[in-house]
Design a protein around this ligand. Structure first.
Ligand code: SAM
Length: 274
């Protein structure tokens, strides 16, 4: 979909874009192909697209013979998509707030992939909902603000490392990322963008029960980044249990959350799960 086509559809349909819905449309075919390549779309695969907008990525996914379920919040764009893709049997379009839907309904996404240029205002909660769902997608390729991609892919002892990193990392490995220049979107976003690909771990590292502990642990540990972790964890766990964990896992008694590795958080969650 070229910039001229995008402008033409918007003009013909008298659509004024809504900034709060993150309506920045991709018009660079190379970047669209790169996203679909990163998603490793194979014919017949089920692909969830959140925020299809005017459909540039949808078109590429359908060209690669994916079975696409596209969730779009804006009725005006749904109307346009219906006209554009009316004859496509491989597309299911839903007019819905994707975040609300994901929060409300537990769906089995385990044999699905996500491929999306996400609305930036709700990109992190959408990814977290999908990543933590009981049956998470096997691969997620999403365009987001670069700053959020940094948070997802960062290592311990860095400023970006935190709750988002660890919630996603519990079930996913980050396997690819690339920058998408602002000039590839209409209108150009104020922030830098990047596309990240996350692959679901072949085997979960934590049981369902340990996962509940892990989520509370990570959230509490980062609730005050500058504080010593053990002091924060006392709100939830007994002191003796924490001292035992600290010694057994050979962790620093003065450690802050930022210095604890993902593997150490996993061990700690396992230790604190009884
Ligand atoms: N995929 C298109 C593209 O690449 O050009 C559009 C991407 S645009 C960044 C984000 C899209 O998400 C917009 O079409 C917007 O209307 C839609 N959107 C925003 N919030 C949404 C939500 N909560 N649920 C579903 N779609 C949403």
């Amino acid at each position: 979909m070229t910039l001229t086509e995008i402008k033409q559809i918007l003009r013909e349909r008298n659509i004024r874009l809504t900034r709060s819905l993150g309506q920045n449309f991709l018009h660079d075919q190379n970047q669209i192909k790169r996203i679909a390549d990163a998603a490793e779309i194979q014919p017949g695969e089920k692909v969830l697209e959140i925020g299809p907008g005017l459909g540039p990525l949808t078109r590429e996914l359908l060209a690669r013979k994916a079975q696409v379920k596209a969730l779009e919040i804006d009725q005006r764009l749904i109307e346009s998509l219906k006209v554009l893709f009316e004859t496509s049997p491989n597309l299911t379009l839903e007019h819905v707030d994707a975040l609300k839907l994901l929060k409300k309904e537990a769906f089995d996404w385990s044999d699905w992939k996500l491929a999306a240029n996400l609305p930036y205002s709700v990109a992190s909660p959408i990814l977290v909902e999908l990543a933590l769902s009981k049956h998470a997608p096997r691969r997620m390729t999403a365009t987001l603000q670069s700053e959020v991609v940094d948070r997802i892919t960062s290592a311990h002892n860095t400023k970006s490392y935190g709750v988002l990193t660890l919630l996603i990392k519990a079930h996913f490995d980050s396997v690819d990322r690339f920058r998408i220049p602002a000039t590839c979107f209409f209108p150009e976003p104020d922030v830098e963008s990047a596309c990240v690909t996350l692959a679901r771990r072949p085997k979960p590292l934590l049981t369902d029960t340990a996962m509940i502990t892990y989520v509370s642990l990570v959230k509490l540990a980062f609730s005050q980044r500058r504080k010593i972790v053990w002091k924060l964890l006392k709100q939830r766990w007994r002191s003796e249990q924490l001292v035992q964990a600290q010694k057994q896992l050979n962790l620093d008694p003065m450690v802050r959350a930022q210095a604890i590795t993902f593997e150490q958080f996993v061990s700690l969650a396992n230790f604190l799960t009884h």
